[in-house]
Ligand binder design. Structure first.
Ligand SMILES: Cc1cc2nc3c(=O)[nH]c(=O)nc-3n(C[C@H](O)[C@H](O)[C@H](O)COP(=O)(O)OP(=O)(O)OC[C@H]3O[C@@H](n4cnc5c(N)ncnc54)[C@H](O)[C@@H]3O)c2cc1C
Ligand SMILES: NC(=O)c1ccc[n+]([C@@H]2O[C@H](COP(=O)([O-])OP(=O)(O)OC[C@H]3O[C@@H](n4cnc5c(N)ncnc54)[C@H](OP(=O)(O)O)[C@@H]3O)[C@@H](O)[C@H]2O)c1
Length: 271
């Protein structure tokens, strides 16, 4: 494989549960741009890079030397300037993730020097309460946001609702629980959709993130209703979840935020 375009090196890898992992990536000979928590960049490998064992076969590539590139939210905080951290989920039939899954510390990949995206907290008023909703790897931008803004004496209320298949897929659970302990205004609510697949009985919430919203759990925890005049909502991950949440939120008076029409709902669709 030509290494000419592979401008970054993996320095750390940590695996979570089944098919999810974190990597730390350091630029080789260039400097990381400034960024805001919640933004994304792109990672890539050429088609000649091997696919991991167990992944689905793909049809022959027309130009195997060409880089396969995909967008990834940055997990690390912009306060850390030496490397970027990413949270990846293996898609067995995907083009890039079966190739990324084979990489170990010391291996090279391509990382875009450009960091972009408007899924950032500066899109919401600084005093607005925040409901951060994710499925699967959609938690990535929130980890960066929380690592950047959470302090023990933070005044605004922040809730993170994270929906995954089983508790093994709750990447960052330990870190989120630790944040909740030191920052009383932060609430972490995980939910699993496939309790029958648990190794030991799960005593937490089950179902989709929409059910947590519908249950009014946040009103009980916060002591007031999250409403458009006091709360902004961020939605990240599965497009089906996002579309359904936008419907639910619309019934409660929340509207989508766009450049021309300011609203209270901010979206990051992963596909
Ligand atoms: C702004 C942005 C940020 C993103 N951040 C992340 C991130 O932090 N971590 C991450 O793992 N992915 C992230 N993605 C998705 C990522 O870009 C790739 O699509 C994903 O890694 C799959 O790549 P692939 O080439 O292996 O499969 P593809 O051939 O690109 O995708 C095949 C199919 O897999 C499904 N899929 C794609 N991504 C996911 C996912 N993350 N979880 C569940 N199903 C998925 C979709 O049905 C898709 O059609 C992000 C996407 C966008 C647009
Ligand atoms: N996570 C794993 O164990 C694992 C391991 C290896 C590979 N993979 C592959 O990785 C890919 C992504 O898996 P993932 O579980 O990380 O992400 P995902 O498919 O986006 O699912 C994340 C969570 O969102 C739920 N969900 C699905 N539709 C929803 C909707 N309309 N509204 C709200 N929530 C919804 C899922 O529930 P459901 O139970 O209904 O799906 C699951 O709880 C898949 O292709 C999978 O084959 C996953």
């Amino acid at each position: 494989m030509s290494t000419a375009k592979l401008n970054a090196i993996i320095t750390q890898r940590h695996d979570f549960g089944t098919g999810a992992w974190v990597i730390h990536v350091v630029p080789d000979g260039w400097t990381l741009a400034d960024f805001e928590a919640g933004q994304h960049t792109a990672l890539g490998l050429p088609g000649t890079a091997p696919r991991c064992k167990g992944s689905l076969a793909e049809p022959p590539l027309k130009k195997p030397e060409k880089l396969i590139k995909r967008a990834y939210s940055i997990v690390s905080s912009p306060l850390e300037r030496d490397r970027l951290e990413f949270y990846l989920v293996l898609i067995d039939g995907g083009a890039l993730t079966p190739r990324l899954y084979d990489l170990r510390p010391g291996d090279r990949l391509w990382m875009s020097p450009k960091i972009t995206g408007s899924f950032v907290l500066s899109q919401a008023p600084p005093d607005a309460n925040l409901v951060l909703v994710a499925t699967g790897s959609g938690i990535a931008p929130y980890v960066s946001m929380l690592r950047t803004i959470l302090k023990p004496d933070i005044k605004r209320r922040i809730a993170l609702l994270h929906g995954v298949r089983t508790s093994q897929d709750l990447g960052f659970m330990k870190e989120m629980l630790a944040m909740q302990r030191v920052s009383p205004h932060f609430t972490y609510i995980p939910t699993i959709s496939r309790p029958k697949n648990e190794i030991v009985t799960w005593t937490g919430r089950t179902g989709y993130v929409q059910q947590i919203w519908e249950s009014r759990a946040l009103s009980d925890i916060w002591g007031f209703d999250p409403a458009p005049e006091n709360t902004h909502i961020f939605l990240s991950g599965s497009p089906a979840m996002i579309e359904s949440m936008v419907d639910h939120l619309g019934r409660d008076g929340f509207t989508e935020h766009t450049r021309t029409n300011p609203g209270h709902i901010h979206l990051e669709k992963y596909w």
